[in-house]
Ligand binder design. Structure first.
Ligand SMILES: Nc1ncnc2c1ncn2[C@@H]1O[C@H](COP(=O)(O)OP(=O)(O)OP(=O)(O)O)[C@@H](O)[C@H]1O
Ligand SMILES: O=P(O)(O)OC[C@H]1O[C@](O)(CO)[C@@H](O)[C@@H]1O
Ligand SMILES: [Mg+2]
Length: 482
């Protein structure tokens, strides 16, 4: 893997504390590039649209809650079609790759990049890279046409295949160059965007006219800056089925306890939103919020209380929660996947066993059912709102690359589509802020203990960062158009 961040961000300062964190453009390192008129001008669908082209000066502010004396703050370039193109339709040879874990909506994004290139810009050379980054140099490619991708949005997974590991920057850029590819669309999570960033840097170092566009994919919603990632709504919706089953089982037996494990390696957004949506959950445990089992204020005490009050309870636990407790009691595996992500131990199974042992000690009969729907949640096709979202993200990526922007990730910020420099989306992970109002809303909805001592709160406050839409609760299920 290469290291990213050697190229300085493009920062533009304006009046009253205005800052534009701009994205790179091919003209930053290649001079005298010819420009072309945007073919959308003569496209019957668009020629009637007033102000269809985005004004070069349009930018979107990152923080929308301001005070009267606040500086104007950080902005991102608005996504969308430009008047002038830096690629001629015939000249474009695009490729698409999907990397990392699955997520609902991958196929929709692939479909809409292909259809956007063909139908909006008259491009007819689009390649699919088979099996993630390593596919660039070790696998065959697949020709993608609107016909090939016509129905794929109805299927889960990715028709291109995906993988972890295998990011060899020079081999990938050699392959891009050898094949004559000049637009690279990279769909994947935080690791993938880091990989995309080093690919962009190497392309730039070699002075190649190749646009690199990232489309952030993460079921965990762990990519910062953007309001939320595609597939997230679908995942939360599908999680309801598992929670519902856990609730039905728990309710039907004496001292019934349903435990549901959901995805979320470092970020507990799926668990938090699935809990808030369901109302059947009595306790939600996420990686960001430490908890303990025994003693006063611990989980066991709370379970006893809920069983006494209600006769049953449902616990939702994110896979990354309580890993510190697990490694205390089980021998830590310290194994990593091919991309270097820590392999987690099954916290749901561990917790179920600990609860059983605890109640056996107190001679209380319980009926515990453990449901692990993790892969079922991410292997399904995207729902209607995610399909619309994926379509707009794909179109934004195509408009950006055609206009000569590169080294960017597309993303919705405060409901508007933007181009965000890679550096901004790879510098940290988006996490649930447990000192934010959204987590407080969850706690007051479940009535669970916070399990926090004052030291944890101080630590959490130190890590606090500006809230995204998902954090401060202004969630928009259908993001607005560009
Ligand atoms: N720092 C890095 N530099 C270059 N490539 C990287 C880096 N981190 C990860 N990659 C590459 O990105 C690809 C995907 O990474 P990873 O498996 O971590 O998934 P991801 O994109 O984070 O998606 P998710 O975690 O949501 O499933 C892998 O092929 C991996 O080799
Ligand atoms: O088993 P895999 O494919 O590595 O994926 C598991 C991981 O993928 C994620 O969903 C991220 O895509 C994590 O929440 C989870 O730990
Ligand atoms: Mg990741």
């Amino acid at each position: 893997m290469g290291s990213s961040g050697t190229i300085q961000m493009k920062i533009v300062n304006g009046d009253s504390g205005y800052v534009l964190e701009d994205v790179p453009h091919l003209t930053d390192y290649i001079s005298d590039l010819p420009t072309y008129s945007n073919p959308l001008k003569s496209n019957p669908a668009y020629s009637v649209v007033k102000q269809y082209f985005v004004d070069e000066d349009d930018t979107i502010v990152q923080k929308i809650v301001v005070h009267k004396d606040s500086p104007r703050g950080v902005h991102f370039r608005r996504a969308g079609p430009r008047q002038r193109m830096y690629f001629e339709s015939d000249e474009v040879h695009a490729c698409i790759v999907t990397c990392g874990g699955l997520c609902p909506g991958l196929n929709t994004v692939i479909r809409e990049i292909v259809c956007g290139l063909y139908h909006m810009y008259g491009v007819n050379k689009v390649l699919g890279i088979d099996g993630g980054y390593k596919g660039f140099y070790s696998r065959n490619t697949v020709g993608l046409t609107p016909k090939v991708v016509n129905d794929i949005h109805k299927r889960g997974g990715t028709i291109l295949g995906t993988s972890r590991g295998g990011h060899d920057t020079s081999k990938i850029v050699d392959s891009i160059n050898d094949r004559g590819i000049n637009q690279v669309y990279i769909i994947g999570g935080d690791g993938t965007q880091k990989g995309a960033s080093v690919i962009y840097e190497e392309i730039r170092r070699r002075g190649l006219k190749v646009a690199v566009a990232g489309i952030p994919k993460t079921i965990d919603n762990d990519i910062p800056v953007i309001d939320k990632s595609f597939g997230f709504d679908t995942a939360v919706e599908e999680a309801q089925r598992a929670i519902n089953a856990a609730h039905v089982e728990a309710e039907s037996f004496e001292n019934g306890i349903g435990v549901v494990k959901l995805m979320g390696r470092y970020s507990g957004f799926i668990a938090m939103y699935a809990t808030l949506a369901s109302r059947d959950v009595d306790c939600c445990l996420i990686p960001e919020s430490p908890f303990y089992l025994e003693g006063q204020g611990g989980l066991f005490e709370y379970i006893e209380k809920r069983l006494k009050e209600n006769g049953h309870m449902v616990i939702v636990i994110a896979e990354g929660a309580g890993q510190d407790l697990l490694s205390e009691s089980l021998q830590s595996m310290n194994q990593k996947d091919a991309s270097g992500n820590k392999l987690l131990q099954d916290v749901g199974l561990w917790m179920s066993q600990r609860i059983k042992v605890h109640f056996a000690k107190t001679k209380t009969v319980i009926n515990l059912k453990y449901i692990d729907p993790t892969y079922m949640i991410r292997a399904i096709p995207s729902n209607a709102s995610d399909n619309v979202y994926c379509t707009l993200l794909a179109q934004s990526a195509v408009h950006g690359a055609m206009a000569g922007y590169t080294g960017f990730t597309v993303g919705v910020v405060n409901g508007r589509h933007t181009y965000i420099p890679f550096n901004r989306v790879i510098e940290k992970q988006n996490k649930v802020v447990i000192t934010d109002r959204m987590w407080a809303r969850l706690l007051s909805s479940t009535n669970q203990p916070s399990f926090l001592d004052p030291k944890d709160v101080t630590e959490a406050k130190k890590e606090e960062e500006p809230p995204t839409q998902l954090l401060d609760g202004n969630i928009q299920l259908t993001p607005s158009a560009t």
